[in-house]
Design a protein around this ligand. Structure first.
Ligand SMILES: [Zn+2]
Length: 196
């Protein structure tokens, strides 16, 4: 398979898995006495015969643990959105990122942060939740972030990084300095965001 397509698939699947992981309450589940409890990074929910009700995360595991849950959410969301930006750049054959902002590196760093936060959130499972069993949330987060980081590696070889220095040549249409994108053999105008 062409590297660009492989990277796009890895990135798209990774972003979906990671978004699912931060949205789902299936990080832990369990219960008893007719009640079912589900816990995720953004909240917990208890379901019984009368329906479901939200439970304060700070009450389950304390404020610090709740904070780690928010970090899992923010890092996962950020990695997914930036990763989708990388996929979009590959899809449209644009340089990834800009001359100042290396999108590939950001995805790798945020992806690593996502994995660390997810493992920290899982490892510090509150003692009150001992009766709960592990769900798919952590695995979705780790696999999703891993796929996104892998996608940037694959795409880094097939799609130009955006952080190449401007070429001396000015754009004939708007006069802004252009970048030479050797992978595509064309000049890229940063001001117009297009190949010239
Ligand atoms: Zn231009």
């Amino acid at each position: 398979m062409e590297k660009r397509k492989l990277g796009m698939w890895l990135g798209a699947v990774g972003a979906i898995l990671l978004l699912l992981s931060v949205a789902t309450k299936l990080w832990w589940s369990g219960g008893g006495m007719g009640m079912g409890l589900k816990v995720g990074p953004l909240g917990a929910e208890a379901c019984g015969e009368l329906g479901c009700a939200g439970i304060d995360m700070a009450q389950i595991g304390g404020g610090a643990w709740q904070g780690v849950g928010y970090l899992v959410f923010l890092a996962g969301l950020g990695t997914s959105l930036l990763g989708l930006g990388v996929v979009w750049a590959a899809w449209t054959r644009k340089p990834i990122g800009s001359s100042r902002f290396d999108l590939n590196k950001m995805v790798v760093r945020l992806g690593a942060a996502s994995i660390v936060c997810a493992i920290a959130f899982a490892a510090t499972r509150p003692s009150q939740a001992v009766g709960l069993s592990m769900g798919v949330g952590l695995y979705l987060a780790v696999i999703g972030a891993g796929l996104l980081m892998g996608a940037t590696l694959v795409l880094g070889q097939g799609v130009p990084a955006g952080n190449q220095a401007p070429h001396g040549t000015a754009c004939a249409r708007c006069g802004a300095p252009m970048r030479w994108i050797s992978e595509y053999g064309r000049f890229w105008c940063d001001r117009e965001q297009t190949y010239v």
